[in-house]
Unconditional design. Sequence first.
Lengths: 715, 103
Amino acid sequence: MERSIVSRGKTVEQAIDRALTLLEASKQQVSIEIIDEENKGLLGFNVRPAVVKVTLMQESPDHAVTDETGRASSSVHPASLSNASEQESPGLTASRQQLSVLDAGQSPASAANTNPSSSKQKAASPVQDGQIWIEGGEMRVRIFPGGSLPKLDAFKSGDVLINGQPLLAGQTAEIGEFDHVEIALTEELREPLWQIQVEPKAMQASVHVEPGSHIRRYLLDTEPESRLMLRVGQRREILPIEPARIVEQLTMLGVVYGIDQEAIARACRASEPGEYIVARGTEPIPGVDGMFELRADTEAKKVQPKLRQDGTIDYRETREFPSVGEGDLIGVVRPAEPGQDGIDVFGRSVAAPPVRQVQILAGKDVTLSDDGLQAIAQRAGMPTQVKQGYHIKLSIVPKLMQSGDINLSTGNIHFLGDVEISGAVQDTMQVEAEGNIHIRGNINMANIVAGQSLIVNANVISSQVVVGQMYLFYGQIAPLLQSIAEQCELLKAAIRQVSSASAFKLDDMDEHGLAPLFKVLFQGRFRGMHEVLQRMVKLKEQYAQLPGDDWKRYYDELQRGFLTGESSHFRTADDLESFIRRTRYLYSVVVVPAMEQIFARLHHVQNSHVRCGGNLIIEKGCYNAHLFCEGHLQADGTLRGGTYHAVGGMTIQEAGSPGTGSTSLHVGAKSVIRAKKILAGTTIHVGERIHQFTKDMEHVVVRINSDNEFVWHGE
Amino acid sequence: MFSYRLQEQDGRMIVYCEGDIDIDAGDLIEEQLEPALQEQQQVVLNLEQVHFVDSSGIGLLIGLVQGLKEQERIVSLEHVQPEVMEVFELLQLDEILGKDVFS
């Protein structure tokens, strides 16, 4: 450790000799700094002593560190700063102030040399007590002959050393003229920490910054007193990051595009920890897929139904089912509009998601224009489209016209196209059509299955009605497929992750595929996916006839892949890839655009079950009926007794039966029930929320909000 | 090759497992170890000497621990190697078996 002594003498030589004696050192071991040369004065006036600072040089290199920190703080005398380079070292550094002020204090004049504020001097009384103070961060003492010695209070045990002895907390020491006082001041240096992260899609790079700081501590100045209590002040300086280092690191990572210099500058100057986006890619702009626009629909709406002479309705003139005449334009293809590619922070081009063209396949009685963009009907009938991904097969469906009733004498009807019946359907008879069905008369104790839409102009009594079976299936399976596709992506990532763990062996996959791993994952992270898979299987059991081979293959793959338990045909994460593709394809098939949605329109329903894949319109009312529809239910009469499910919400006149609680209304969580009147005893279900009316209520509009609470409007 | 050694200690049955817990350990775990632990109130599986696992082996481990826990026995895994623990964590074994098993 370094020791310094400030010494005074009549001449420079005298002052040095005196210091050397005190330090027990030779001239070779010290550095000498002449602070003030003596002034011999003129005729005895203005005599000033010489002042020197003698510093004992370091002897052992072992003490190098202490030496440096010692030097760092040896701002004891401003004059010594010239050779005291500020050293910064990480972490906590302890610096010790070394002070040893040698002041004979014999005459006021000599004391005044070390005390610039000579005004304090003037107050001196003949016999004065010693004074101690901090000035400019250093300790000063002045001792007068005959006066008492000034006192120093410890401020923390061990922080003050007097002649090498620690002054404990609570202790007080007298400081004499030859005492050597060291005060330890800590400083903290925290280097700024920062890290650059490029997000997986490389569309942005961010830097996380923990700002660095330098906390310096210094002694606060005090007035000269006989007793000194040390007080320490501190300054916190933010250590900024050099922006060039961040830019350099970005370059090293290969980030070249979308660099935000301003954000870098902000990050570098940050005083609080934070995340700064320092480079941003340009997202690709998705294009628009091609689509097929049906023209026949809008034209047909203009005309009113017209009775034929034989009492049947002219199909082409009912507005509900679109129809075309021979040579009519069925519709046009709107070409896809490609998107715009983006660019990521690595400067790589990011392809916009591909857009798909729709392609029309000409089916029965349909011809296409040369460019394939226009479809024309070859004969009158009902245009139907079958979607196969982005292929649309258009055909004109023939129609079976049945005048009179369907009964035991006519037999059941099974037809590939549309069916129109001018009379009633009676007595356990069955009418099944892949297209639309239009029945003018009553349906009594019968069974109706329409592949597309259904119109019944009279009553449905004690019957079973299914409308748009495929759409019912689609409506239920769509959310499951979406969930499977999402979960499979996560599953793929999880398999890759665990496969790369060093303690994980892959041997059993040769024999059993991923089945053992699925078994574990389905109990843990992917319990939800397992539930969805099981709901898929249950759904399949509900629909005995799946629409098409695609579904059969898909279900087969799903069952053998995930649910057989012992072994799976999926062996690697990559195997899931094609399964995910097929899942997404089927999802695109089942998400039916609104224009293709089917509907059922019935007059009055009693003691019957009706299931509809689209919207359901009841012209009059229902009595003890059980309705389910994927779309919206509109009833212009009363729903008295029974259960009414409408996923897409309902708008009704009146519901409930006086005095009984036998009527219940159900809509999806995002849907609304609107009713002119709901009678006491009626139960409503919105999503999972249930409410039973205790009194009649009019003009009811009810839904649930995002907190799953009922929101009411009504009287 | 998987093997184990049983040692009773302070009323707890310590199962010192050694080798890989994998598909080949199935017979030993299901036919010998499981029956051997039926009477024990408190079972500790010491996995210090287990350095590799596969998904079948983890399935066996889950079966063993769940079987014992269903009978309200106290089961815990101890001295799991960090590499093996990584696999357990990725598969969220603590969720499946209960966090108490890892304490």
